[in-house]
Design a protein around this ligand. Sequence first.
Ligand code: ADP
Ligand code: MG
Length: 369
Amino acid sequence: MSTKLNLVLIFGGKSGEHAVSLLSASSVLNALDHEKYNIFQVGITREGRWTFAKNTLEAFEHGQAESLNEAFILARNEVPYLYELIDEKLHQVTQVDIVFPILHGTFGEDGTIQGLFEIQNCAYVGAGVLASSVAMDKALAKDVVSKAGIPVLPYRIFSRRQIENDVLNVMEEVEAISAYPVFVKPANLGSSVGISKVKDHSQLLDALKLAARYDRRVLVERGVDAREIEISVLGNEEIIVSQPGEIVPGDEFYTYKDKYHSGDPETAIPAPLPEQVSEQLRTWAVQTFRAIDGAGLARVDFLLDKNTGKAWFNEINTMPGFTQISMYSKLLLHSGIEYKQLIDRLIELGLERKAEQVRTIRKFEVDNE
Ligand SMILES: Nc1ncnc2c1ncn2[C@@H]1O[C@H](COP(=O)(O)OP(=O)(O)O)[C@@H](O)[C@H]1O
Ligand SMILES: [Mg+2]
């Protein structure tokens, strides 16, 4: 009997980070141990169609996703299977032991696909529904994290409606939160898309309108001249936390272009920081992970004021860039965890989380007192 795990790798997706997901998936696919796993590749097109083939990733990389068969993960009697649609008929491909969704951003990192896995009773790598969706919303994440006593920059959230109907009031409120510069961001996006650094009143209106195109909720917060510090977290109950790393953006801030087009930004691992600051940030990273009920992995990002040295939580990513050379993996490598080992561990953690769920009592009867 084979003891290999049937693992479904899912990549692509409807988010703006589709291309980033393919890069992460390629790295994971190269590192996955074929002795341990039967690997099935499911690609989600930019339109949201799930597809399956032998070499789905290759087809996606060559822009040939459209020719692939449609795929589904569906549970029968609580057992999840991967199906392929051939001539309008569903064909069972495999029973699924675990899914590894390497998806960034909307529909992949925000709890929606995690909800689908829950409904199909399928184990999966990474954070659950709640942690994913809280982490995805920059404002809610700050609410939760600040409640745990971790400092966040002053911010306000505005709705698209408010911006469309009452922008003068919105602008007044923004100017009451903080002096310029302020950062204006869609609450639910990543990769710096739709984000502006606003240096004076004249730039505010356009920045608000831009962010409101990308999300119904727009976050405005005080801008600081800051160093960018990132920390990797790995685990469920017992947590491994890396040393802090530092990103030195090539642009005025860490923009989309800087992240993906102008080569690697400069990084330092570990970040040159006084021991005490490193330890404080590592403690906050773990507290952040616990505060949102994280699972599996996360990268926790802080801003460190260049002038005062004060640190703030900026955001937590539950599916950070995950190539072998991404900050997330490099930080853990520095802690002695090789990429292959990291992937094995994440899969174990996904199975462990599932086992923990199975222990939870779902049926109970009220005692007649
Ligand atoms: N309040 C702020 N002050 C200074 N720089 C900021 C601030 N907020 C964001 N930035 C800059 O913008 C970049 C992107 O913002 P971030 O909130 O991390 O969104 P994303 O999810 O797109 O990475 C950060 O890496 C940082 O360079
Ligand atoms: Mg960021």
